[in-house]
Design a protein around this ligand. Sequence first.
Ligand SMILES: Nc1ncnc2c1ncn2[C@@H]1O[C@H](COP(=O)(O)OP(=O)(O)O)[C@@H](O)[C@H]1O
Ligand code: SF4
Ligand SMILES: [Mg+2]
Length: 352
Amino acid sequence: MTKQTESSYAAGEPILEVRDLVKHFPLTQGVLFKRQVGAVKAVDGISFDLYPGETLGIVGESGCGKSTVAKLLMNLEAPTSGTIRYKGEDITKLSGRALKAVRRNIQMVFQDPYTSLNPRMTVGDIIGEPFDIHPEVAPKGDRRAKVQELLDVVGLNPEYVNRYPHQFSGGQRQRIGIARGLALRPEIIVADEPVSALDVSVQAQVVNLMERLQDEFGLSYMFIAHDLSIVRHISDRVGVMYLGKMAEIGSDEEIYEHPTHPYTQALLSAVPVPDPEAEGRRERIVLEGDVPSPANPPSGCRFRTRCWKAEARCAEEVPLLAIPAPFEEAESGAAHPSACHFAEERAAVVAV
Ligand SMILES: Nc1ncnc2c1ncn2[C@@H]1O[C@H](COP(=O)(O)OP(=O)(O)O)[C@@H](O)[C@H]1O
Ligand code: SF4
Ligand SMILES: [Mg+2]
């Protein structure tokens, strides 16, 4: 059966297809007799595709469900409902050997290289650890050489193999995390805020490294970040999340030059512009209030409590993620999916 699904996967099709993905964490009360009193709707029905060799950026404020999406893709959490197809096969239903085989092809790079690397293990053991689970990739005698090759690939001295994480800088530690993610030669890397904990000067170096590795190994990336500026350099497409939903998704040009969702427009208006003259001219949208609790999200459009355009319809009707009617026939960058009843372009949000 696996053979059949493999052969039905053709080049040019998405390598991952996520459909109506939902993750609700139950909220319980009571110590002895736990009762479910509600649920944190961390991810509440999101769909997207990831194509071979592309980078899909996922952006949104803290708490909107980005890491939960990453964990669902990695099979570290089981979805409440929905499907994740890898080369046509729903991986949420897999177990045992079939799951292990898929897991090899989807690897993760974590946000914080300070906490995600075991301080008591040498760099060689950290990078080589995935080989314990998949010895077929590097038989015991080959491991040291393989680990040293990986160090070299990520721009670290292969002689550092016996050092410990505290002997490296933040940027070097993230390189170690990336080397570990590459060890099994995956097809997909899910990077959850891989540069958010790094100094701005180091962020670009790590992003450049990831771009080079993508070309070298033909990787597909899902690159998660909380701000739109980092993602721009590396992404082919960008999805903007808000409170467990996808607000808008499109090519980088569509999202950065022709955003139609008020939330994206607000996020973009907060991105600093390097040119001081353009910075002075741009219009800043300041969002009022905090992100509501995902345990009790607003009815209708989840963004309505902070949206300056909200009308009665926004409280009653959930906006679907689709190309908005006014732009359906348009040959403009505005013709991309946006979950807003009143989607429109807002000119000169950012003068870049
Ligand atoms: N294991 C869990 N149990 C309960 N709530 C969780 C759990 N993991 C995440 N959450 C909640 O789900 C929401 C989304 O979290 P997360 O996916 O980490 O967001 P992000 O990565 O965008 O900051 C948050 O409100 C968070 O508190
Ligand atoms: S649907 Fe309404 S509340 Fe939601 S983003 Fe659009 S205008 Fe704002
Ligand atoms: Mg997170």
